[in-house]
Design a protein around this ligand. Structure first.
Ligand code: X8Z
Ligand code: ZN
Length: 613
């Protein structure tokens, strides 16, 4: 590793640390800086950052490779290797984060200060400085992720179902008992995660405290260019904007489910049983669209059927999604994307099927990993994943500290924004649909979209409401499951279909809990994508209502989007947002405008019904 030094005497501690880094993972023993913190200068900080950057780049590449191999091939050995690599990287980043704090009292320029802050906040699960505890944490995180990836529900000794198989049946079955069995079966997978998760929380909180945060939840909330408490208030504000629409949707869907399953099974004054909404977590409901399709408003086509009729396979779905980005002026993905990605579930090995997008070298080695099913929903998810990859590529020239989205909601919103443009008009343009349904069918299209986007909002919010309280200690292990279901009821108005106890660990049945992915990002993304869509439609010169707008082929929209993506996290997200939308605040007015005709329809349908739970 090349270490940059200045002609000016470089403080001892910076040099000591960097030499230790160069020597990989060596325990830091010398904390005695000959220079006190007040003597640190801007120049010292810049040298520290330059050396950290070189080191991090190298380390990131190695760890990403190990993680990729593990996620594509889950075995005892790959788990050990990834745990080891991850422990090394975490130890190094923790050490750098502590070193960065040495500049807390130094007068620095804004950019240097921002890079140091990004470095301090870089980890999702900060580890304690103690090497043994760091190793333990890394082993636990790997174990949890493997447990989820390998998870299966076994009906008997011979027949076991993966989550993909269970999900496919839950999407189409309308049999209450069959759905119940699948729901219960999958939730068994999470039971063994409970003690691991408990220990993970203890260890990472320890790491967060060492870094000066009250707990890991506070650290997560500190990543939004505003004080952590202000961010919580922002979420409440956004939720209060969209909650009435969610409640209207809930009321209508509950009534329809009551008609089909009987009001004894779906009581009309309470929560909806969580297994009846076409999805394991009741987070997207579009799979039950056929049960609730508006009588005269159905658009008369189904994207899954169109894809099948036109012989789309996994590769063609990806190529088509990529073409959308290309039509907006983005350069095609490199050949290596197609050579190295995983599109189909292998039959002979365990993989982490939950879709993800990767940038392995922070340059051009972009990939997705997804067990694609030939459905309209998967087509949307492919756009979601490619959105991550196009973001990765757009910010690759930024310093490593800024190779992130403006805030994490932005990363999740880009591909979804593009998918909002997969309108009937677009499907006609690419030859999948013959006739575009007239405006009288918009209610059906909006209903289907709302079953995904509006239904998702409370789930998007509650996962971290639970986790933050776990990190802060307000929720203790004796109450993990009880409080989980209280929040599911409070926000979503859904309830467990069978008795749950603390022997169960239902949060663990959702990828992002054992996978340690913060979840508020998806709530934000669901608000932001409509803001992005509205702004890009204006830029593209759209004259129609925003739910009919497609930005396909608009180079102007592509150019403007790219300007925001290129910024990475170099500036506060408020500036990035204003770059595209003209306004620096997140705001739900766009999503409400998009669904305004549906809100009217729901109000009409819900007349005389008693809504709420
Ligand atoms: O996890 C994802 C993506 C990968 S970042 C497939 N999503 C959340 C989920 O599946 O729960 C996308 C929307 C919400
Ligand atoms: Zn994503």
């Amino acid at each position: 590793m090349k270490i940059i030094t200045s002609s000016r005497l470089l403080s001892t501690f910076v040099l000591v640390s960097l030499i230790a880094f160069a020597d990989h993972n060596q325990e830091k023993t010398d904390n005695s800086a000959s220079t006190t913190r007040n003597e640190m200068t801007e120049e010292d900080a810049q040298i520290f950052l330059a050396n950290s950057e070189a080191y991090l780049k190298k380390l990131n590449k190695k760890v990403s490779r190990a993680k990729w191999i593990h996620a594509n091939f889950i075995t005892y050995d790959t788990s050990s290797l990834v745990a080891e690599a991850n422990a090394k990287k975490t130890a190094a980043v923790v050490r750098l984060a502590h070193e960065a704090s040495r500049f807390n009292n130094t007068e620095l320029n804004e950019n240097t200060r921002r890079k140091l802050e990004k470095l301090k906040l870089a980890l999702t699960l900060p580890a304690p400085q103690n090497a043994e505890q760091n190793n333990e944490l890394s082993q636990i995180t790997t174990q949890l992720s493997s447990l989820y990836g390998k998870g299966k529900y076994c009906l008997n000794e011979k027949t076991c179902l993966s989550l993909s198989e269970i999900s496919a049946t839950m999407a189409t079955s309308r049999n209450y008992d069959e759905l119940l069995e699948l729901w219960t079966g999958w939730h068994e997978v999470a039971k063994s995660m409970r003690p691991l998760f408990m220990q993970e929380v203890t260890l990472t909180n320890h790491g967060a405290k060492e870094l000066g945060y009250a707990d890991t939840g506070v650290m997560w909330r500190s990543k939004y260019d505003m004080p952590a408490d202000d961010f919580s208030r922002e979420l409440e504000r956004l939720w209060s904007q969209v909650q009435p629409l969610y409640q209207s949707l809930h009321c209508h869907i509950r009534a329809k489910l009551g008609d089909i399953y009987g009001e004894d099974k779906v009581p009309q004054n309470g929560s909806i049983p969580a297994h009846l909404l076409g999805n394991m977590w009741a987070q997207n409901w579009s799979n039950i669209y056929d049960m609730v399709a508006p009588e005269h408003g159905d658009p008369g086509y189904d994207l899954t059927e169109l894809l099948t009729q036109h012989d789309y396979d996994e590769l063609k779905m990806v190529r088509t999604a990529e073409n959308f980005f290309i039509s907006m002026g983005f350069a095609p993905l490199p050949d290596s994307f197609y050579e190295r990605s995983l599109f189909t579930k292998p039959r002979d090995r365990e993989v982490q099927c939950h879709a993800s997008a990767w940038s392995l070298d922070s340059k051009d080695d972009l990939r997705i990993k997804m067990c694609i099913q030939l459905t309209g929903r998967a087509f949307t998810t492919i756009h979601h994943e490619l959105g991550h990859n196009f973001y990765h590529r757009a910010y690759k020239k930024q310093p490593v500290f800024y190779q992130q989205s403006a805030n994490d909601g932005f990363h999740e919103a880009v591909g979804d924004t593009i998918a909002l443009s997969v309108t009937p008009g677009y499907l006609q343009d690419i030859g999948l649909l013959e006739d575009v349904p007239d405006a009288s069918k918009d209610i059906g299209l909006l209903m289907k979209m709302a079953l995904d986007k509006i239904a998702f909002l409370p789930f998007g919010l509650l996962v971290d409401q639970w986790r933050w309280k776990v990190f802060s200690g307000e929720i203790t292990p004796e109450n993990y499951n009880k409080t989980w279901w209280e929040l599911r009821k409070k926000y979503q108005g859904v309830e467990a279909p069978v008795v749950r106890t603390e022997e169960h660990f239902d949060p663990g049945a959702k990828y992002h809990v054992p996978g340690n992915t913060p979840y508020t990002r998806y709530f934000l993304a669901h608000i932001l994508q409509f803001e992005f869509h509205r702004a890009l439609c204006d830029i593209a010169g759209n004259q129609e209502s925003i739910h009919r707008c497609s930005i396909y082929n608009s180079k102007e929209a592509g150019g403007r989007l790219n300007r925001m993506l290129e910024m990475g996290s170099s500036r506060p997200w408020q500036e990035a947002l204003a770059e595209l939308t003209g306004k620096p605040e997140m705001d739900a007015s766009a999503i409400l405008e998009y669904f305004a005709p549906l809100q009217e329809y729901l109000d009409e349908q819900n007349k005389g019904r008693q809504c709420g739970w």
